[in-house]
Design a binder for this molecule. Structure first.
Ligand SMILES: NC(=[NH2+])NCCC[C@H](N)C(=O)O
Length: 265
């Protein structure tokens, strides 16, 4: 099944502030390299037959390339983002406007949440992260608006500050995750819900290997995540490695650059 993604070209990408441990403003980042790597990701999706729509980047919003954070779109409705840090604040309304202008019902959120960075949608439930960015009250707000059960999971390692840095859905029913990123109670929930999950190593997690995008057959994943790639291949997945090393300097990977637009039903 082809998917529909929203992406944002990193035309104004820089690392000029630090809001997660990956970001080192003094070291900077190369925008041209970032754009080239991002083009590679977009091309990978298109080669797989997925549709990519684009939102115009806004000058002065260097992290806007991380489209996953812009909203959560399920059943054709867009639940807007409300960013934890003021540096990214204007991105929420910008992304929500993109959906409103295209006729999607939208909800301006009352609570802090960073879109698909912290909300990952499976067939029957939405997994939701909290601990660093998204307020747990936003989990309830999303559940009410989208009419899907939301399961709260607590993140405990600042390097894995969004749920999508520690876990990704393999398909609508199973996930891959890095256990040490979660509180003991949340880890117990994951073990109970997903006894057959792919368990990532510290080496995979440290190159943002969990920030991957799977369509159920193909997994687009950071090239450096070698243990995870081996395990995915062993399980029969087609692995598509991408190099997003420049965007990792802001703490992002393939999934961060990708907001899935889910239609009705
Ligand atoms: N979905 C994601 N994990 N996005 C990555 C966001 C990176 C961005 N620099 C931030 O800290 O907000």
């Amino acid at each position: 099944m082809p998917k529909h993604f929203l992406m944002c070209r990193p035309e104004y990408f820089t690392v000029e502030y630090a809001i997660n441990p990956w970001m080192h403003p003094e070291a900077g980042a190369d925008r041209d390299v970032a754009v080239r790597q991002w083009e590679g990701l977009k091309a990978a999706y298109e080669e797989l037959g997925h549709e990519v729509s684009l939102i115009d980047p806004i000058e002065g919003l260097p992290d806007m390339v991380f489209a996953a954070n812009g909203a959560l779109v399920v059943g054709g409705r867009a639940y807007g983002a409300r960013f934890a840090y003021p540096q990214r604040g204007p991105e929420g309304p910008a992304y929500l406007r993109w959906f409103a202008e295209r006729g999607y019902p939208t909800l301006e959120p009352a609570h802090v949440n960073e879109g698909e960075g912290d909300f990952l949608t499976l067939d029957d439930v939405i997994l939701a992260g909290t601990g660093f960015r998204t307020d747990v009250v936003a989990h309830q707000e999303a559940q009410e608006y989208l009419g899907r059960p939301v399961i709260s999971l607590t993140l405990v390692d600042p390097r894995f500050y969004h749920l999508d840095t520690a876990l990704f859905p393999l398909d609508g029913r199973n996930v891959a995750y890095y256990p040490d990123a979660f509180s003991p109670g949340s880890l117990a929930v994951l073990r109970r819900m997903f006894p057959d999950a792919v368990i990532a190593t510290a080496r995979d997690a440290e190159v943002l290997g969990l920030n991957a995008v799977s369509d159920g057959t193909n997994v687009v994943i950071n090239a450096e995540a070698s243990d995870l790639q081996l395990e995915l291949k062993r399980r029969g997945y087609e692995v598509i490695p991408v190099d997003l090393s420049e965007l990792r300097k802001a703490g992002g990977g393939p999934k961060c650059c990708t907001l899935e637009i889910r239609g009705e039903n």
